[in-house]
Design a protein around this ligand. Sequence first.
Ligand code: PMP
Length: 429
Amino acid sequence: MTTSAELYERACRHIPGGVNSPVRAFKGMSQPPVFIERAEGAYLFDVEGKRYIDYVGSWGPMITGHADPDVLGAVRERLDSGLSFGTPTAIETTMADLICEIIPSIDMVRMVNSGTEATMSAIRLARGYTGRDKIVKFEGNYHGHSDSLLVKAGSGALTHGEPSSPGVPASLAEHTITLSYNDIEAVHECFEAMGEQIACIIVEPVAGNMNCIPPQPGFLEALREVCDSHGSVLIFDEVMTGFRVALGGAQAHYGVIPDLTCLGKIVGGGMPVGAFGGKRDIMEQISPLGPVYQAGTLSGNPLAMAAGITLLEKVCQPGFHEALSTRVETLCDGLETRAHEAGIALMTQRAGGMFGLFFTAQQRVDNFGQTMACDAQAFRDFFSHMLESGVYLAPSAFEAGFMSSAHTHDHIQTTLMASERAFAAMRQQ
Ligand code: PMP
């Protein structure tokens, strides 16, 4: 049997850090990354045959569980027709119609191949539309790895200690203004000082890349207001929250409507897909209708569309998101209770089908500074104990957790029992 440790050693020879995306590397953890062979429902199975209850869900897409038979069936059905044509296909229109129906703020949508492409293109569009260069983002929000957005970023950039990456020209980064999440005052001050130069605000409407931080009441509304009064474009990066926090995303949940929305993860059903869309007059600036260029050889790929459409149709089922939130509540309440019984300071935050675990005595965590102040070593210890017990959490204190509809009451109870052992072991350390 080949072990994960052996595969990792081999991977490191020809792949930087042995991984194709940094957060997979288990940075700071006591064990090497687990190599997964297959997955089904709520479970991952590693190359050594060990089974894990998975709360990562491929970082979001697997909202109905892994290897969903309907999604796989849809892909299989299209497979024999060919992988890619580089021409328009009917299925792309089906996807566009479905997205516009589920998210009413989207009049027109363009498909791309990743969340990074979606946000990068939305930023370019906002700049092209307004004729302005500056953009506003929030510290610890992650919008993919394009140059303008890799400034004080979250997710792997944060886990690996490089929130502002070398290689991003200072002359470009200077156009990215970074403010503190949930700080309405800072947003007002910034717009008073230079509002007429700001093309857009891009925000994770629930921050999921510095753990899980929901917006404080009034925060998203304030962003909408300053954008309206200064002619700037409001972009919600719903790559993570779209179809997860609620069917219509965070914008439906919080009732604040952006001008542009970025999508990813669930919209591709596990295939490499992203999308950006929004108001018609802005989207009409995109080539070939308008002058803002954006393109993609494989964009709207038929297999990816088949997977994504099938998954979207499944999450449209009545009661889907209510049931998902209930599962999150059960898990998070159960973890908090068991931690407190063991004398461990744990606080959880939730938004629909996503959640965050904070090892802290604070009642709330609202921004990057507060998330950084939590006990990262306690998280690492918890992660290791849970992994040992067959529960796979995101290998970083800065990532949100994801629930799926394949997680049953039994999976959650098994997870909670594992947490009891973990908390007991942590107390003895
Ligand atoms: N935006 C957000 C909010 C994300 O969470 C991510 C990825 N986790 C991205 C953008 C980038 O997406 P991708 O990794 O598909 O490029």
